[in-house]
Design a protein around this ligand. Structure first.
Ligand code: ZN
Length: 241
């Protein structure tokens, strides 16, 4: 497991999903905490481990109707995925995203599933924000990497999701193939648009949240309360403040 500051993942998700609630403090101070603690006790009594994952928290939020109405066409899990992927400077692998957000429990195909999910979340975001969709040519030479529209290779190159050998084979090919270069450039433009749109929205939400008393130190106190109450917010990984 790569080293990461889990609270940063948590915090990005919380800002993005809760910062828009009419009264963030109310949601956090009461309803959500009870939900999460209840879930934690249930999972303890069931003997199936004693921690609540970020996925549980997101589900609890979804059941409370937390989240921006302007983003209602995008599932709360996909919103969280985009917030984590694009919300800051730290990058996360698909494996980490899958485990943190519980997108997929395990298995050989986990990366493929997450790749599809990431692509679909970005497309939905672009659609909801009327951004330009990436349109790429369908020309496919013999040496060209196969383009699967559900999880295009350009996305995986940009997200550095290939093993280094494959990554370098593809980038070498792209440098020599005008068709693939065009695909890559169009995807890169799309990616940049999505990233700046998500970051802009995240900043706006954070500012709104601060005006409601949902500032950084309030959030941290809330996370620490959960930790004191014995709730581990990510499975198997320590959260450090
Ligand atoms: Zn090519």
């Amino acid at each position: 497991m790569e080293a990461l500051q889990n609270w940063e993942v948590l915090d990005r998700v919380m800002v993005f999903l809760v910062g828009d609630a009419r009264s963030a403090a109310e949601v956090f101070g009461d309803v959500l905490v009870r939900q999460v603690l209840k879930g934690s006790r249930q999972s303890q009594s069931g003997g199936g481990g004693s921690c609540v994952g970020l996925g549980d928290l997101i589900r609890a939020m979804a059941s409370q109707g937390v989240g921006s109405p302007t983003r209602s066409s995008i599932s709360i899990q996909d919103q969280a995925l985009l917030a984590v992927l694009h919300g800051g400077d730290q990058t996360f692998s698909y494996v980490t995203l899958a485990s943190q957000l519980e997108l997929k429990s395990s298995g050989q195909e986990a990366n493929w599933e997450v790749a599809q999910r990431v692509h679909s979340a970005r497309m939905k975001w672009a659609w909801s924000r009327r951004l330009d969709f990436p349109r790429w040519n369908q020309i496919q030479g013999e040496a060209c990497p196969e383009l699967d529209v559900r999880a295009p290779w350009m996305q995986r190159v940009m997200d550095r999701e290939y093993e280094p050998r494959v990554q370098s084979l593809i980038t070498t090919h792209v440098a020599q193939c005008s068709e693939c270069l065009e695909k890559m450039n169009r995807y890169r433009y799309f990616h940049t648009q999505i990233e700046s749109a998500v970051r802009k929205e995240l900043r706006e939400i954070e500012t709104r949240g601060e005006s409601q008393g949902w500032d950084r130190s309030t959030r941290h106190r809330w996370y620490q309360k959960l930790l004191r109450d014995g709730v581990r917010l990510t499975r198997g990984i320590r959260i450090e403040f």
